[in-house]
Design a protein around this ligand. Structure first.
Ligand code: CA
Length: 248
């Protein structure tokens, strides 16, 4: 077949050992069967190992059993919805740092999820192109794999500590679960206290510019950080029309 010929080499063994070692496990939680199939197919074509899942309860079980490298999570699911799944994953120390991309169907849904601060690392709105989705997955995998300049002493602000070496944020000695993106943002701001960064600069430093990401995503992560940092959240200042800074 012409299509098959265009897709790749003939005679590729079904189980390519090298590919298997390199491939990431992606848990795809989606209740629309056609869309689930399409996403699973697209990820597999990229050499990843998608794990298909149709509901929220199963998603929580599969995260524990299969330890995916990333979760692609539809918001509107029967039973346990994406919001609740995300909240539970973040609440458990074991699963708090798993990168999550939340898939929503409407702009209002994205806003609602953001407002509730469940802390997904990225948001994709339906309908999405499969190419764009794969690019987002890759981008998030990449930035989650590289700890942000994992060197140096913990940075202290009174009772708040940002520890790049241990990839940990502590408030009054207690570890605060932050997402990979939130952590990178906070490390960057904390290393340069008082300095104002534009959203574009923060995107570049913490989110990566290899895919088109709206600058508003930065606002989302900053809001989530403010909530998590409790009384220290006030130190993350919005500089109107410019961006953000962290003050001591
Ligand atoms: Ca759905």
């Amino acid at each position: 077949m012409v299509m098959a010929k265009g897709r790749g080499r003939a005679g590729v063994p079904p189980e390519d050992a090298t590919l298997k070692l390199m491939s990431h496990r992606i848990l795809v939680v989606e209740d629309e069967p056609d869309l689930l199939d399409a996403v699973v197919f697209a990820l597999r074509k990229e050499g990843m190992k998608p794990i298909a899942c149709k509901d929220g309860e199963e998603a929580l079980t599969l995260v524990k059993e299969r330890r995916p490298d990333l979760v692609l999570l539809d918001l509107m699911l029967p039973g346990l919805d994406g919001f609740e799944v995300c909240r539970r994953l973040r609440a458990s120390e074991e699963t708090a740092r798993i990168p999550i991309i939340m898939v929503t169907a409407k702009a209002e849904e994205t806003d609602a999820v953001i407002g509730l601060g469940v802390g997904a690392d990225d948001y994709v709105r339906k309908p999405f192109g499969l190419k764009e989705l794969v690019a987002r997955v890759r981008s998030l995998l990449r930035r989650s794999a590289e700890p942000p300049e994992a060197v140096g002493q913990p940075i202290r602000y009174g009772e708040l500590e940002v520890d790049p070496a241990r990839h940990e944020v502590r408030l009054r000695g207690k570890s605060i679960p932050v997402t990979a993106t939130e952590f990178r943002l906070l490390v960057h701001l904390a290393r340069n206290p008082g300095r104002v960064y534009s959203r574009a600069q923060l995107l570049d430093k913490a989110v990566g510019t290899d895919v088109i990401v709206i600058e508003r995503n930065i606002d989302v992560h900053i809001s989530a950080l403010r909530r998590k940092l409790e009384d220290y959240g006030d130190r993350l200042l919005t500089i109107r029309g410019v961006g953000y800074k962290l003050v001591e």
